[in-house]
Design a protein around this ligand. Structure first.
Ligand SMILES: [Zn+2]
Length: 450
């Protein structure tokens, strides 16, 4: 009873009604939203008019959330082609340019960025959910947030500024490549929150020790909110960041085409809550069969998003290529949004003799040997993936004072075999050998010409 009363503390939530909504209430709300969004798409999206007609689907075929399973998936490549065929925003854009108040971009792997437009209503939705997500992670009005990430075009930039300001916290746009400035300003302001990638949080701790000759803990950062790559939720990586900073690490996850932060973790650190109830509908697909899987603990697959309230670029069944595992459907915090963890991008996934391996999982195993390792790791690929001929070649740094022992090497290889069920060849190198990245970590090194 006490726990229930505590969890209903109104200060726990930014939008308590939505965040604690019951499943049938959520379904009713989302079906009502979906109906409106579908009316809009059938009337205004040349891209979906064609796509749905080709699939033999008319408006009356799509009445419930479950009916969405009949809609063909939308890929990033289709959006890119659509934008190329009909610049500037593509055949999937449904708003007039005069109604677009901002352009963001989603960087692809191919270099040419794709543009994402927002109407005033879209921007309000982004701010609302992103603010909810940062509030879930414990950001409060009295906090001073150092933004150690890019601001320009990047979905984790200006929309995060809007969200932090909506909460009423103080937003400090330091950006990237400015570690010295970040440390000085954080000290001057007594900043207590850092928003960055997990790679940067690790890099910055090293920087503070090396250049500022300080223990990062003395800087006073007590909350680190991570995003843009998996890592903040990987137990060994999280432990490393928390230990270095004396801070609580939580993570968030979103998508540049859909909404900047759709999932975020509460202070119980048990997976990221679904936070975009009235804006983005989620499905999880079995990667082999393409079937929709029930959202329940232990289920793992590719995350698929559908817009429920978007004016400029509403998307149906958009493939994220994010591979996720559902961790729970309830929480001590009282939020009812299901919780998940992201294992990595399906594009990053390697397949060793039929076994799916995410580079982040390899890092997790190597990190579990700290302090005998530093936790830094790189996978060497001799030929383009995802198929890799065993053994998986891994370079790992031994820890300060540990030395490169053949026992350690064998122990790591054995644990990789136990945990990930693949054989590996581990090469140990001195601490500091592998490159540290300010932005996203690069866990795979290609030894071939691409
Ligand atoms: Zn929670």
């Amino acid at each position: 009873m006490v726990r229930q009363r505590l969890s209903m503390n109104p200060e726990e939530y930014l939008d308590s009604e939505i965040e604690t909504i019951r499943p049938d209430g959520l379904r009713a709300l989302q079906e009502q939203k979906l109906a409106k969004q579908l009316d809009y798409l059938f009337a205004r999206s040349p891209f979906y008019q064609d796509k749905l007609r080709a699939a033999g689907l008319r408006r009356e075929h799509l009445r419930t959330l479950a009916d969405l399973a009949r809609v063909p998936l939308t890929t990033k490549e289709e959006l890119r082609d659509s934008q190329h065929a009909s610049p500037p925003l593509g055949r999937h854009a449904c708003a007039e340019m005069v109604d677009v108040i901002r352009i963001q971009s989603s960087t692809g792997t191919t270099g040419r960025p794709s543009l994402v437009g927002l109407t005033r209503r879209d921007a309000e939705g982004w701010t609302r959910v992103t603010a909810r997500s940062f509030y879930t992670q414990g950001v409060r009005p009295a906090d001073i947030v150092m933004h150690g990430a890019s601001l320009t075009l990047f979905a984790g930039g200006l929309p995060v500024k809007d969200a932090i300001e909506r909460i009423g916290a103080t937003f400090v746009p330091v950006g990237t490549g400015a570690s010295e400035k970040l440390v000085l300003i954080a000290q001057a302001l007594h900043a207590n929150v850092l928003h960055s990638t997990p790679s940067y949080a690790i890099y910055l701790a090293d920087y503070v020790r090396r250049e500022s000759k300080m223990d990062p803990r003395d800087l006073g950062i007590r909350k680190i909110v991570c995003g843009a790559e998996p890592g903040g939720g990987i137990p060994a990586v999280r432990a490393k960041i928390q230990e270095a900073w004396g801070a609580r690490v939580t993570e968030g996850m979103g998508n540049a085409d859909m909404l900047p932060v759709i999932f975020s973790e509460c202070r119980h650190q048990s997976g990221m809550h679904y936070n975009a109830h009235e804006y983005v509908y989620c499905e999880i697909l079995d990667p082999e069969s393409g079937q929709v899987l029930p959202i329940e603990p232990g289920v793992s697959g590719e995350l698929i998003y559908s817009s429920l309230d978007r004016e400029c670029v509403p998307l149906l069944r958009f493939r994220t290529r994010d591979r996720v595992t559902v961790l729970g459907t309830s929480c001590e915090c009282g939020r009812t949004g299901f919780k998940l963890r992201c294992l990595g991008r399906t594009d990053d996934m390697l397949i060793v003799l039929g076994v799916n391996i995410f580079p982040s999982a390899v890092r997790d195993v190597v990190s579990s040997f700290r302090p005998r390792t530093t936790g830094e790791v790189q996978i060497l690929l001799e030929a383009p993936g995802p198929g890799v001929k065993p053994p998986l070649r891994i370079v790992a740094e031994f820890g300060d004072g540990a030395g490169p022992s053949s026992e350690l090497q064998a122990e790591i290889e054995n644990r990789i075999k136990d945990v990930l069920t693949v054989s590996s060849a581990v090469q140990l190198v001195p601490p500091g050998t592998l490159p540290r990245f300010e932005m996203k970590g690069q866990l795979v090194k290609k030894l071939y010409e691409s």
